[in-house]
Design a protein around this ligand. Sequence first.
Ligand code: IPD
Ligand code: CA
Ligand code: CA
Length: 261
Amino acid sequence: MHPMLNIAIRAARRAGDVILRGLEQRHHLHVEMKGHNDFVTEIDRQAESAIIDTLLTAYPHHSILGEESGKRTGKEPFQWIIDPLDGTTNYLHGHPQFAVSIAVKHNNRLEQAVVYNPLTEELFTASRGQGALLNNKRIRVSNVPQLQTALLGTGFPFRETNWLDTYIEIFRDLMLKTSGMRRCGSAALDLAYVASGRLDGFWEFGLKPWDIAAGTLLVLEAGGLVSDMQGNNDFLEKGDIVAGNLKIHKQLLEIIKPHLK
Ligand code: IPD
Ligand code: CA
Ligand code: CA
């Protein structure tokens, strides 16, 4: 295993321990609102500190982009992209879909990825060029060839509502042309599920790099495709994302594109 992946796993497990301990006391947590429907608790912050502490102990000169603590620039061309708790709203309700997401980029290319669900102990990992794994077993995207038989994941635009109308139009179109749509509440897990064939595709507007960096490498290494809604490559910065097996990704773009103004 690549040493950086090993460190990322250690960091994710430490964050997972913080998250599980906090889950028992979730009714007593101090919850702040960063924006409309955007919650943060001391657990998000403690989990992120545990991750950063683990990463910087091993790699003191690397850069960090963390959801809760922002950017830290180091001397070496490695940047860790961290979502300590993806699915905070679920977590606050005891709804069991949330995960830790950690990826590292080298010179702007995703190299290692971990998405860890501490409740189910499912550990999704990927190293560039080495494939993707779930609990050390190889995973692949599904081979469902047609939208009609596809199960898709999505996320609702519940924070920024500028694209709500466009979203609903696309949703309507896809609802009529697929076998179903799921909204799990953790984009990192959605992408991990695409990588492992539990979902055939995924689409969401307005995400942040920490929501999708690790999941993106999982999908790519599992043989899938990821792009923005136009089919371009700048989705990490833009935050609009379409992922799927090769056929479903293509068909999703064909349906989504005409709705974009
Ligand atoms: C959120 C989750 C959710 C997605 C939101 C994200 P958070 O992350 O990934 O599925 O729909 O847009 O912000 O805030 O729970 O880390
Ligand atoms: Ca997130
Ligand atoms: Ca988060």
